[in-house]
Design a protein around this ligand. Structure first.
Ligand SMILES: Nc1ncnc2c1ncn2[C@@H]1O[C@H](COP(=O)(O)OP(=O)(O)OP(=O)(O)O)[C@@H](O)[C@H]1O
Length: 794
């Protein structure tokens, strides 16, 4: 008998392929405390990257002619012998199907186990070895299920060693998985001979790659192997949270519920409808997720339709919520799927048909699929929980027109005698903005008798009354929890502003990024701004990525992934990133323009200072934006302090920015001309017409010598400007009062050393200045100030 796949641990019948790993970025968002093995894994990855680089160099030297008989892929060591399981394991790894690869098993005398090696099949050409990240990116670019399968890591918790297997043990539930054996061997210092770091990670990788697969059931593993026993979750237990979810909370390191969780969970688990408002990053996802998972964990009998439906305004947010709930469902058998636009429709159709327990969706794609299938519509009608995340955004007039149909479908559910009705949860950080303080303290609008009697007329579209009416609460008096502050921003957020001319914003931005390198999110009001700023920042050697709604979905997810992985990366984003995204360790949010509304300011700023960590938001305000700025401050009832800008340094960095802007503009003009030419040519060819050569030369030869010459000159000019910029960037910038001519004679101790070596305490680009975070600068300024700073235009 082959190694036995543990009963129930595999996929359900008809289940879709594992969820695509291009969604893996969101798994890092849960930001759990460091787990055993994490550090080791990071080290291993570093080593692996170094080795890969060495091997790449070797390969370049050797050329492809000297092909080895064994691929230079890492061997896979198994801790113990798995008789007859080779085929199954090979299949799981999707390696048997790879052209040119033979999987060969060899005994490992040292461990008594076996080693899987990858030999070259006859006539196979040596593939270029690629690092894990490169493989991941390649698979991302590939839409196929095969590419997704490439992400499947072997989960040894699903396998039992053949020598340990017996029917009797299986019946008594005494089988111990290979994964559990490996962990206990690692814990006792025994050399298992296997290097499966994912097992030590507690399967974090599995949630990376296959967030939709049902995890192992509670009680099947030794709890101490998986969770951190030091995390006391008794506060959750007092709220009535079930043991499998307590284990997951311990695993995530969430010792206490946040305020919104503590105030809503008892009512939600008692069957009540909830309207909840709490600051950004305060854990609202679990406030509606735990009651759903609790219900699923207590459910008996076969699957009879999805239990929960979560609606979110953006694709990234829906994927993140799916991953967050999946991590929480670690010890509950629950399939959680994300159904969002921009991804393969067929795959999502399969996901909807894969007996999901919770569907997290954006309204457009969900309705597109559900409206064409009676089965899916039937499932919507039968859901037990409906959650609307970022509810105020979802209900903005003119947006998400499909919501109306979804609500209608969900509300068609006929109440069954004796059965608990559907529960509805509505959450946001800015949900209650339209309401008076008295209303916010009292019952929700629409529920009060006064309100009901007062107007039978339809409520104003987009208002809270409208929300209550349209969502269709079953509870006549939904529980109303508001734990926001009057200004709605997070308590741990420090806010600052920089007053400057609109034309100087690039200079200030570059100054901030160079002076205070950190993971920074820059919000702009238009996609055109992103398109202009990205090349400019890259010319200035800032590691900048973009995110906006016109980008391909895969590229969007990839950029968020890279942003999460890269230290001091900069993400220039439109408001598609403003709500809900939980990217770990974003230190600073810069509003390049004043946001169009107070809510937007709150949500954008809420990408930092999450889960009780500190963060900084800086808003750039030009004279033209002052009116908008004051209106926003009045609405949020706040006054934002000026950020302490070193104007001298801004001036020193100015030439770099001017040059980069000039190069960007020239390149943009050339690209535009080339684009126009090809557009005209293409359309002329399609319409079968000849273009007048005076109007648009149809070939380069026909282009006037003058035009070609001016273009050549322009390219040379760009080259010269780039060289000039490179020279500027290679020169270290010195701070105020420091002469670059006589560094040894300066009053700054060790300046010569700092200029020649990278000193740990100094700013990398400006060695005369010490390393400091923008948050520290803003806080020290706000302590010492009464706004003396001269921040008005230089
Ligand atoms: N009880 C808890 N203890 C510690 N961290 C928590 C707890 N609950 C949630 N978190 C973490 O807090 C972060 C923010 O959670 P979540 O995304 O649910 O916030 P949110 O209130 O929905 O934010 P937003 O309004 O921006 O959408 C996540 O990284 C989550 O893992």
């Amino acid at each position: 008998m082959a190694a036995a796949r543990r009963k129930g641990a595999g996929k359900r019948q008809g289940a879709a392929a594992p969820s695509s790993a291009d969604e893996s970025w969101a798994s890092t968002m849960l930001n759990p405390p460091p787990m055993p093995g994490k550090k080791r894994k990071a080290q291993e990855q570093e080593q692996e990257q170094e080795q890969e680089q060495e091997q790449e160099q070797e390969q370049t030297r050797d050329g492809d002619s000297e092909e080895a008989a064994v691929w230079d892929w890492a061997d896979v060591a198994l801790p113990t012998r798995i008789g007859g399981a080779d085929d199954e394991i090979g299949g799981v790894m999707s390696l048997q199907e790879v052209d040119g690869v033979d999987c060969v098993w060899e005994d490992d005398e040292a461990t008594g186990g076996r080693v899987l090696k990858f030999r070259k099949a006859a006539g196979a050409k040596k593939p270029r070895r690629r690092g894990r990240l490169a493989q991941k990116s390649a698979a991302m670019a590939d839409d196929s299920d095969e590419a997704e399968d490439a992400y499947c890591a072997v989960d040894w918790d699903d396998f039992v060693a053949v020598d340990d297997f017996s029917e009797e043990k299986a019946e008594r539930g005494e089988l111990v998985s290979i994964g559990a054996q490996m962990r206990s061997a690692a814990a006792t210092g025994e050399d298992s001979g296997a290097e499966d770091s994912s097992a030590e990670d507690g399967g974090a990788e599995a949630s990376d790659t296959d967030a939709a697969a049902p995890p192992p059931l509670a009680g099947e593993e030794d709890e101490e192997d998986v969770v951190d026993p030091d995390v006391d979750v008794s506060a959750w237990a007092q709220l009535g949270v079930h043991p499998p979810l307590l284990r997951a909370l311990r695993h995530l390191g969430f010792s206490e519920p946040t305020e919104i969780q503590a105030k809503t969970l008892p009512a939600a688990m008692g069957g009540r409808d909830i309207i909840g408002a709490a600051e950004t990053g305060s854990g609202k996802t679990l406030a509606f997720g735990i009651p759903m998972l609790q219900h699923i964990s207590a459910r008996q009998g076969a699957w009879a339709g999805p239990t929960g439906l979560v609606l979110a305004p953006t694709r990234e947010l829906a994927i993140q919520v799916r991953n967050h709930l999946t991590a929480m469902a670690r010890f509950v058998r629950a399939r959680i799927v994300a159904v969002v636009g921009g991804m393969s429709q067929e795959k999502q159709e399969r996901l909807l048909g894969s007996q999901p327990d919770i569907i997290v969706a954006t309204p457009g794609r969900l309705w597109e699929l559900a409206s064409t299938s009676d089965a899916h519509l039937g499932h919507l009608r039968a859901i037990r929980f409906l959650a609307v995340d970022e509810a105020d955004r979802m209900l903005e007039p003119g947006h998400f027109k499909e919501l109306k149909f979804i609500f209608q479908a969900v509300n068609e559910q006929a109440p069954q005698a004796g059965a608990p009705g559907r529960q509805t949860f509505v959450f946001s950080a800015t949900l209650l903005k339209d309401m008076s303080l008295a209303q916010r303290r009292g019952a929700p609008p629409g529920s009060s008798k006064k309100k009901k009697n007062k107007s039978k007329a339809r409520p104003e579209p987009g208002s809270m009354e409208d929300l209550v009416e349209r969502v269709g609460f079953r509870d006549t008096e939904p529980v109303f929890v508001d734990v926001t502050r009057p200004d709605a921003t997070a308590r741990t957020l420090t806010e600052s502003r920089i007053d400057c001319l609109a034309s100087d914003k690039d200079h200030y931005l570059y100054y901030l990024l160079v002076r205070y390198p950190a993971r920074t999110l820059v919000f702009v009001n238009s996609i055109d701004s992103i398109r202009r700023m990205l090349p400019m920042l890259r010319l200035l050697r800032v590691d900048a990525l973009g995110l906006h709604a016109q980008m391909e979905q895969r590229q969007r997810l990839k950029n968020i992934d890279r942003f999460c992985e890269t230290e001091n990366a900069v993400l220039v984003a439109s408001d598609v990133a403003a709500r809900g995204l939980d990217i770990p360790r974003v230190e600073c949010v810069i509003h390049y323009q004043v946001p169009r509304s107070g809510d937007l300011y709150v949500h954008r700023s809420g990408r930092t200072a999450r889960a009780q960590s500190e963060g900084l938001a800086i808003m750039m305000v030009s004279p033209e934006e002052r009116k908008l700025y004051y209106r926003m401050c009045a609405k949020l009832d706040k006054d934002i302090a000026a950020f302490p800008v070193d104007l001298d340094l801004v001036a020193r960095l100015r030439p770099r920015v001017e040059l980069a802007r000039d190069v960007e503009l020239r390149e943009h003009r050339l690209d535009k001309r080339a684009h126009e030419r090809s557009w005209f040519k293409k359309n002329a060819a399609e319409m079968d017409i000849e273009l007048d050569s005076d109007f648009m030369p149809s070939s380069d030869d026909e282009r006037s010598a003058e035009a070609a010459c001016s273009e050549r000159q322009e390219r040379q000019q760009i080259k010269a400007l780039k060289a000039q910029l490179a020279q500027l960037l290679a020169t270290k910038v010195l701070g105020r009062g420091v002469s670059g001519r006589y560094p040894t004679g300066s009053t700054i101790a060790g300046l010569a050393d700092r200029l020649t070596t990278d000193s740990a305490g100094a700013n990398a680009a400006i060695p005369t200045l010490r390393k400091e975070s923008a948050l520290e600068a803003a806080k020290s300024k706000s302590k010492s100030r009464k706004n003396k700073s001269k921040t008005w235009p230089v």
